[in-house]
Ligand binder design. Structure first.
Ligand SMILES: [Zn+2]
Length: 226
């Protein structure tokens, strides 16, 4: 369903009809601000990060109220729920709270703190704002470089989540069942590891790592390197 928002009540598949009903009749008419909590996905663990479009001033304000370490500043792409909200003028973000299918208390806490900050910012609850993104030394990227497996085999990560990497740095080694190296993968960008494959093996085509990076580094002339 999270590729179907805002959906179509008269669409040709069940997911888009359900999305359309929810969006038109429940979510949109009742929301001033929307936060769509996510986690990573099966086999792909992610850092504490928020996806949102900082070109929208109110979205930037909300993001900065979270004491988390990474922000992916992007308009995202059509079909995603927080994108459907911003398309109709409702500020919205998508926090990604670490790995899928586990409760990671150390990652949940800063998102609770940030969400309480948002509620205080809008006067829903009383109190002063606590720690924010500045306190977490947040890294803001506007693009994510995917490291994609070209071979099958066991994978060994040479870097960890949130680690800084450089362009050209080898980040993953892949071996066959005999221990022979079948592939080495390098980052093409300077950035920070935002997501990392948690399964021990991979077939060709899987994402092994996402590296969050800035496509317009401070001080550049604004040309996109890719
Ligand atoms: Zn997500």
């Amino acid at each position: 369903m999270n590729r179907e928002w805002p959906g179509n009540e008269n669409g040709t598949n069940a997911a888009t009809r359900q999305a359309g009903l929810l969006f038109n009749r429940l979510l949109r008419p009742n929301s001033d601000v929307a936060i769509d909590f996510h986690t990573g996905t099966t086999g792909l663990e992610c850092s504490d990060f928020i996806i949102g479009n900082r070109q929208l001033p109110e979205v930037g304000t909300i993001i900065d109220l979270y004491p988390i370490r990474q922000v992916w500043d992007t308009p995202a792409y059509p079909g995603i729920l927080h994108n459907a909200f911003t398309d109709v003028g409702i500020p919205s973000i998508c926090p990604e709270v670490g790995a899928a299918r586990i409760l990671d208390a150390t990652l949940i806490a800063p998102f609770v703190e940030g969400t309480m900050n948002v509620l205080k910012h809008y006067g829903v609850v009383a109190g002063s704002v606590g720690r924010t993104s500045v306190d977490a030394n947040v890294f803001i990227g506007d693009n994510a470089f995917p490291v994609i497996a070209s071979h099958g085999g066991f994978i060994e990560h040479l870097v960890r989540l949130n680690e800084r990497v450089s362009a050209g740095q080898t980040v993953v080694i892949q071996r066959n069942s005999f221990g022979e190296v079948v592939a080495e993968y390098a980052s093409a960008v300077h950035g920070e590891v935002g997501a990392i494959r948690s399964d021990a093996s991979s077939e060709p085509g899987n994402v092994l790592m996402f590296i969050l990076f800035k496509s317009t580094p401070a001080g550049s002339d604004g040309n996109y390197p890719e």
